[in-house]
Design a protein around this ligand. Structure first.
Ligand SMILES: Cc1ncc(COP(=O)(O)O)c(C=O)c1O
Length: 396
């Protein structure tokens, strides 16, 4: 008897690495106590939202109990919120984005699914650099899309533009880039993005169904050492930006994100109308209204990024002390170091023996490395340092 579709059964198997680590972590926490486990496997932002959120929420509570205060809103989002985000996105993207180009979504995840539903046909390919956020495969697969990955280059997991160019074929419909990156913490530089834009311009010439560039950037606000995340809209007219407030405001459970389509895109309004429709008919209907009103008033705020930065340094010190090689993350809250001994699965098992939870790089389409998150207190990271050193010594 088959209660689950073959496609979803396959997705469940493909996602098994992160699930396996999650299950192993649960078992370990039950056995030794949660306070004895160093859990660097989950990217759940734990830095509190900005203090201003409390007053804003109290104000919203009074308005919420008015008629329609919590009712449906337009499928594309509240008009004033779209306008506020258009101003923010215009500044970040150096483009004249208007409210009509912006759609409120259920997180960046909801935005990606909404976009794929609107543009993909069965057999279309979605290209993305590896390592990558594994959910892309499932998101595209729901609509018959096929994910193809192209490895990044050393040093620092840079985009291999020539390899992406070569991987583009007649069925390529979307190129997805994610910067700051999950799992590497890398930020793609402006010159590389421009080079990618030139490839897309050449490949899109005379093409009936354009190749879109999707910039998935929920970590834009988390950048360190004064790094800025270059704009992507100027790179290609067929660019769509996907973002959210899950990380910038630690609102991941509230599911507020957005899509912004390039005003320079031919037929941009048709695309936004299509996205409005797919956002509705996928069952999202509209992004949560309380969350929309909350982000409207907190649009210029971020969580205390200095907290993440201190953890980044603590993790770097722990890894250095263990002789583990890594590229220093420039943004987001992940490290993607080399697995000592070369086998990521074995090294993650050795870490598990030390009560440290991490995810093997093969779970992100890039074996030989492993992912650590720093959504964990600085002290916990420091206390884990000897465990990293012991596991690394065993691996060698
Ligand atoms: C690269 C990337 N894209 C998208 C998402 C989805 O984020 P959300 O839907 O919470 O905005 C995540 C979440 O971890 C992510 O890491």
């Amino acid at each position: 008897m088959h209660v689950v579709s073959p496609q979803i059964r396959q997705q469940m198997q493909d996602a098994s690495w992160i699930r396996r680590m999650f299950d192993a972590g649960l078992e370990l926490k039950q056995r030794v106590g949660a306070d004895k486990v160093f859990d660097f496997s989950l990217g759940n932002p734990d830095v509190p939202p900005p203090a201003a959120a409390a007053a804003v929420l109290r104000g919203l509570a009074d308005r919420a109990v008015s008629p329609m205060g919590l009712g449906y809103c337009p499928n594309a989002g509240l008009p004033s919120v779209r306008a506020t985000l258009a101003r923010k996105i215009s500044a970040e993207q150096q483009a004249a984005v208007e409210a009509r180009h912006v759609l409120l979504t259920c997180g960046a995840a909801g935005g990606l699914v909404t976009f794929f539903r609107a543009v993909l046909e069965a057999g279309d390919e979605v290209l993305c650099p590896a390592p990558y956020f594994v959910e892309y495969g499932a998101y595209a697969g729901h609509f018959g899309g096929v994910l193809r990955t192209v490895p990044t280059k050393a040093p620092g997991f840079a985009l291999d533009v020539a390899a992406l160019d070569e991987a583009i074929g007649p069925r390529t419909r979307v190129v997805v880039v994610n910067s700051p990156n999950n799992p590497t913490g890398g930020i793609y530089d402006a010159a590389t993005l421009r080079a990618l834009g030139e490839v897309l311009a050449r490949r899109n010439a005379g093409r009936e169904r354009p190749i879109f560039l999707v910039s998935d950037e929920p970590y834009r606000a988390l950048a360190y050492d004064g790094a800025t995340v270059p704009p992507v809209l100027p790179v290609s007219p067929f660019t769509v930006v996907v973002g959210s407030f899950s990380k910038s405001l630690s609102l991941a459970g509230e599911r507020v994100g957005y899509l912004a389509a390039n005003p320079a895109m031919p037929d941009v309004q048709l695309l936004v109308d299509a996205l409005t429709m797919t956002n509705r008919t996928l069952g999202f209907v509209n992004a949560p209204v309380l969350g929309q009103r909350l982000v409207e008033q907190l649009v210029d705020e971020t969580v205390d990024v200095a907290i993440y930065d201190r953890r980044r340094h603590a993790m770097a010190a722990a890894l250095r002390g263990a002789g583990i090689r890594f590229a220093m993350p420039q943004g987001a809250f992940y490290f993607f170091p080399e697995a000592p001994g070369g086998d990521d699965r074995r090294f993650v098992e050795l870490l598990l023996e030390e009560n440290v939870l991490a995810v093997p790089g093969r779970g992100f389409g890039f074996p030989g490395h492993f992912r650590l998150t720093f959504c964990v207190d600085e002290q916990v990271i420091a206390r884990a340092a000897p465990a990293f050193a012991r596991a690394a010594a065993k691996a060698r």
